[in-house]
Design a protein around this ligand. Structure first.
Ligand code: GLV
Ligand code: MN
Ligand code: MN
Length: 412
């Protein structure tokens, strides 16, 4: 079997999908269940159907496109990722795993290969946390990591519930139905850009992920006292933004002093009310993202942040409310799938290194319901979550070739 990946077709599709966006090119913004996201989904479904795949969607909008194997009673082999994109993102995050997965299936079919197990392409709903504050909604529900009841409590910024939003987007049925039965997948492999610089720096075309770091996020709401920026004197102020500034620096310091470079903490959202130049900030909402490859160390940093919250609140006399959005455990990739991926790299004479994924992915949650592994390709300068994110067609082609070989091996 010779796998002939059509790089031209794949790159054209990546470019075409990037145009379905709410940001001006080259930036991509595709927030879950917006008209743009729905348009991109319809575009993808048409491509899957054109490739002869049987498409179904579940009540949260996860899309399954199946190439039925000669023994459909066997557990399927899955691959896929996401196509939602954070504001002002690039073209490749998630998309390489979805369109690359589709191209892997097409190239296997064109090579004459016929799978024994079904091979299924999976598009996960809302890998990005932009709209509902928590990432990997689709895979959390598929794996039972998030219960249907907990999901129903999620609201977007406009106060719309996920129930309302998904039903308006055309996804009916009960969220309870999303959970996959045990043993649904024999194996799940996600192809993704690295989102960091190591492969490029070491001039290695492929990374085989052995573990995925543990993410957590917290939201703080700081209640200060507003007032006139001219009339209220400094000793009398309880400025919510000044308290936020101290807390943000304490968060940075907690991560920096954890004792390991693997600890990272980011305050990516800081909303100031009322947001007028001549008004003392009366409220600030912060959202913090904390990650580590080591769960105990990540949790110790969270405790340090919580202690800083109390200190700042008491000293500045501003109540600071804290909400835990998520605190997930790290995942291990399945050694037999990573071994299969290594053998596929060797077969195609492609160098690879084992890697840790510092970004989270749907595979983190899929690991709770199926054996998973991930394959990374380089991206320029390690840039991701920005409009100049870039992966070369050759690197994408190598990733898809190894993915196709691995899917064939796992489904044979
Ligand atoms: C996924 O997009 C992440 O933030 O790691
Ligand atoms: Mn992302
Ligand atoms: Mn991603």
């Amino acid at each position: 079997m010779t796998i002939g990946v059509d790089q031209e077709r794949l790159v054209n599709e990546i470019e075409e999908l990037a145009l379905i966006s709410d940001a001006e090119a080259p930036a991509v913004t595709r927030i879950v269940f917006t008209p743009t996201d729905l348009k991109a989904r319809a575009w993808l479904i048409a491509r899957c159907e054109k490739a002869g795949l049987a498409v179904r969607q579940d009540p949260i909008g996860n899309i399954f496109a199946r190439w039925t194997g000669s023994d459909p009673s066997l557990a399927a082999v899955g691959t896929g990722s996401h196509i939602d994109a954070i504001p002002n993102a690039g073209k490749y995050d998630g998309v390489v795993g979805v369109l690359g997965g589709l191209e892997a299936i097409r190239s296997l079919r064109d090579s004459g290969f016929r799978p024994k197990r079904s091979i299924e392409l999976l598009l996960f709903t809302s890998e990005e946390p932009t709209r509902f504050g928590i990432g990997c909604l689709g895979s959390r529900l598929l794996s039972g990591t998030l219960s249907a009841d907990a999901a129903r409590k999620l609201l977007d910024k406009a106060g719309a519930s996920i129930e309302e939003v998904r039903r308006n987007a055309g996804f009916q049925g009960s969220l309870e139905e999303v959970r996959l039965p045990d043993g649904y997948y024999k194996a799940f492999v996600e192809l993704h850009i690295e989102q960091g610089p190591l492969l490029e720096q070491q001039k290695i075309p492929l990374g085989i992920v052995t573990k995925i770091a543990a993410p957590a996020s917290l939201r703080f709401s700081i209640a200060g006292v507003g007032g006139h920026a001219g009339a209220v004197l400094m000793p009398d102020r309880r400025d919510a933004l000044c308290a936020a500034a101290e807390l943000i620096l304490a968060i940075e310091s907690a991560a920096r002093t954890s004792g390991a470079v693997d600890t990272v903490a980011t305050v990516g959202i800081c909303e100031v009310f009322p947001g007028a130049v001549n008004s003392i900030p009366s409220r600030v909402d912060l959202t913090v993202d904390i990650r580590d490859t080591n769960l105990e160390r990540r949790d110790a940093v969270m405790l340090a942040i919580q202690a800083a919250r109390q200190t700042v609140a008491v000293r500045r006399q501003v109540p600071i409310h804290e909400e835990l959005l998520n605190a997930d455990a790290p995942a291990q990739c399945d050694p037999s799938i990573t071994e299969t991926l290594s053998q596929c790299c060797v077969k195609h004479q492609l160098a690879f290194i084992p890697m840790v994924s510092r970004a989270y992915h749907d595979s983190l949650f899929m690991s709770r319901t199926a054996p998973v592994a991930m394959l990374f390709i380089p991206c320029r300068n390690g840039y991701s979550h920005r409009p100049d994110e870039y992966a070369s067609r050759e690197d994408i082609g190598r990733g898809v070739t190894v993915l196709a070989e691995a899917l064939a091996t796992l489904a044979a």
